[in-house]
Design a protein around this ligand. Sequence first.
Ligand code: FAD
Ligand code: SF4
Length: 518
Amino acid sequence: SKSLRLVLGDQLSLTLPILQNAPPGATIALCEVEEEGRYVPHHPQKIAMMLAAMRHFAADLRQRGYRVHYSTLDDPDNRHSLIAEAERLARRHGCDEIHVTRPGEWRLLKAMEARQAQLHPPRWHIVEDTRFFCSHRDFEAWMEGRKRPRMEDFYRLLRRRTGLLMDGNAPIGGQWNFDRDNRAPIDDAPPPPSLPRHRQDAVTREVLALVERRFADHVGRLEGFNWPVTRRQALADLRHFVAQALPAFGTYQDAISDTAPYLFHSRLSAALNIGLLSPGEVCEAAQDAWQRGEAPLNAVEGFIRQILGWREYVRGIYWHRMPAYKRENQLGATRGLPQCYWDGDTDLRCLQRAIEMTHDNAYAHHIQRLMVTGNFALLCDVRPAALCDWYLAVYADACEWVELPNTLGMVLHADGGYLGSKPYCASGKYIDRMSDHCAQCRYDPRQSVGENACPFNALYWRFLERHADQLADNPRMRVIYGTLDKMSAHKRQALRQQADTFLDSLTWTPPYGQGQHA
Ligand code: FAD
Ligand code: SF4
């Protein structure tokens, strides 16, 4: 039998078993299809990064002697759906089998499994994705019998298993976690480094022109595109991060800046998610920096925890809980998304800057996503589907397996606390402490009612009041509910009214697929 080896846009790794084991002469297929580019209105930079990386990867494979078929968006025969296009190519190249690495999205996996059931060729073979620390089987084994899985337990298991930052069976430094050292506000931060500028060759320039032509209706700026699109560029980003930003990564991990989009974050998520870098090599590069004495332990542990811990953990939860997970809405949120997420038109400075940076760069760091755009949506009762569509569309690193648990679970608490033990709701005081936004805002974070009151404050109390049934007994929320209980009825009434008036002043958009973005 003859096989077509299908490589998806987020599987650009030479280490894939379907490539490593490809018999000589096997056809490798990469397909650009409309369906994947449009099911949410992806940021033009995200589409350009993906297409440019795919085209470079195909060229690299050819140079290594593989036979490659590459379907472009402009190809007149293109069927514009992954499954249909792969089957077309299989027939065209006389292949009776299609080998593909397990996709990262439930929707696609199910579509492929449905094709496996068909009796006639081409027969689909789905091969495990080996690019993670933890396989699905291992994660399921770990989950067995656990009612409330916790990231921290999973992380410690993986530390032991990989030996990363371990001294025998004990964590280096005597602690698993140095978060207490990792909460410095922006005020103390030194100037952050700027990113390396990647050269754009003819392939990248052609993709940029194509995206400009075909996806002009999608929100987000293409200008200023500077994503890595080859492994070499991704490695340059990794080296740059380790040398320039990692030493301060831990200390300012939770800070937010009005001007610096990346601060001391790595901006490696997109390269990791499409396969230009492996999580193992990234963690090892950080550990090596610590061993050489070039980065402190609180930074290196904090960074490794994000990749070895959070990234692997949310992936496990995604596959464990799908498809029901996507429909969860345990706080009963009912609204669409505020219009400003799409057009940036808001006078809340922190929100406006987070959205603007997102539109400019297809990037916002974790604390902006969690504590600004996420927190705001949580406090406004935005429906999980509406918020998930936005996060999936606007970030270059957005893939459903990592986006959904973070948005629905961590941010919106829509899974009832399965992923995070308490909601990350916060008032304007928190944002004021961690950022330098408030000094430039028309609102005052110290006021809760009145014309100049920071909207986050009244929304915060309204949120706590509305969800007391589900949250007041949470041990981690007791102190704050104690404060709410002590508040006079008069003050509570004033806060409620302040919040409702503010919510009435916003414009709401329906989720994608049901309204104007369809
Ligand atoms: P750094 O701060 O430098 O962290 C290093 C790496 O750790 C990241 O590159 C990433 O691979 C990993 N990481 C960090 N935090 C998380 C996390 N919570 N979950 C999983 N991995 C993590 N990340 C995505 O890769 N894709 C997404 O679609 C995505 N959607 C998100 C949506 C929301 C609402 C939130 C709150 C977070 C989301 N994240 C997502 C996680 C995180 O915000 C991004 O990975 C991070 O901001 C990427 O920037 P960085 O590479 O500079 O990260
Ligand atoms: Fe954001 Fe409130 Fe600060 Fe304005 S005052 S920047 S709305 S937290």
